[in-house]
Design a protein around this ligand. Structure first.
Ligand code: GAL
Length: 330
């Protein structure tokens, strides 16, 4: 009898162990959480991985590319089966891909592309299109005038893609002599202070500006402060990106023209789905496009983003539950 009991206990323990082992660990390496959107990406990704039966392991590098490499090593040691990554640096993160591959772990680049390496998958929005949406919107209102371009840092490939989109729209207008680019700078970080510094420097030289396109809402918010300092708030067209709560409030107040609303939920869910599929030994679905990262054509999912302006706030960010109505109008 005692022996049967011992065998039973062993069996239960074994079943439990096998059960635990079946839960795949999925790593998510993030850059930082200082920009509002990333908290949403994190929570949604975490939630979906758990729902699909995985164990999410999440690390935040606080904008330090070296730290991100150490965190990658750490999660490999913990036995992750797939790594999803928001790279701090477009090139240095290639070391993470190589490290993961030495351990037979595939890597999905999330939102930002990793350049010049054998990256496995890329899940993002169509960032060139986002740039075009921004520039198209402002040039419809001001087809002629002086434009300023404030990009994100060169460590983020999205900054280049957005700029490409801007120029796709602006170049013909520049050649026609209708639009003049009076300022075109990459910031060091995606932070308000950077845009504030860049705009202030510009205002030391000139006071003339009709429209400003920023890589994201954080840069747009720094721009607004510089505009205020020079008595120009609400008089200059301004585009940002991310649909941060403050940016949408700025749109309501008339200090910002548009922002871009990215489908964060679809993005996070697509990454979680792909990671779980890969951990099951299956190919991820919906990778219906390839993106050249300088080394290979990376199978990718590129989702579409949309413009948020003063008129469609309810129909976009509010109706989709991205931001609560009270957060904006209170
Ligand atoms: C970019 C991203 C933007 C913005 C920025 C700052 O890569 O596409 O949506 O959040 O990083 O974190």
């Amino acid at each position: 009898m005692k022996q049967i009991r011992i065998v039973l206990i062993w069996l239960v323990t074994l079943i439990l162990m096998v059960g635990c082992n079946q839960k795949p660990k999925i790593g998510f390496l993030m850059d930082n959480l200082s920009i509002e959107r990333w908290k949403k990406d994190k929570d949604l990704f975490e939630q979906k991985v758990i729902e699909l039966g995985g164990i999410p392991i999440i690390e935040i590098a606080n904008s330090d590319p070296e730290k991100q490499i150490l965190q990658a090593q750490n999660m490999i040691d913990q036995g992750v089966e797939v790594i999803v990554i928001v790279p701090v640096d477009l090139k240095e993160a290639g070391d993470i891909v190589r490290l993961a591959h030495r351990n037979y772990i595939p890597v999905i680049s999330y939102d930002r592309l990793i350049k010049d390496c054998n990256l496995d998958y890329y899940i993002s929005t169509d960032n060139i299109n986002i740039g075009e949406l921004q520039a198209n919107y402002l040039t419809k209102i001001a087809p002629k005038g002086k434009y300023a371009l404030i990009s994100g840092p060169k460590s983020d490939y999205n900054a280049y893609l957005l700029h490409l989109g801007w120029m796709n729209v602006l170049q013909p207008l520049i050649e026609r002599g209708d639009v003049e680019i009076v300022l075109d700078e990459f910031s060091n970080f995606w932070l308000p202070d950077e845009a504030y510094r860049i705009m202030n420097n510009y205002f030391k030289e000139s006071n003339e500006i009709d429209a400003i396109i920023c890589g994201n809402d954080a840069l747009a918010s720094g721009t607004i402060i510089a505009l205020k300092d020079h008595g120009k708030e609400g008089t200059v067209l301004l585009a940002g990106q991310d649909a941060d709560v403050q940016a949408v409030r700025n749109i309501v107040a008339g200090n910002q023209t548009i922002t871009i609303y990215k489908p964060i939920e679809s993005l996070a869910f697509a990454a979680a789905n792909a990671a779980i599929k890969i951990s099951d030994g299956e190919a991820p679905s919906n990778m219906n496009i390839t993106v050249n990262n300088g080394k290979r054509l990376v199978p990718a999912i590129l989702l579409q983003a949309s413009v948020v302006n003063r008129q469609n706030i309810k129909m976009t960010v509010i109706s989709e539950g991205f931001i609560g109505e009270k957060e904006i109008y209170n």
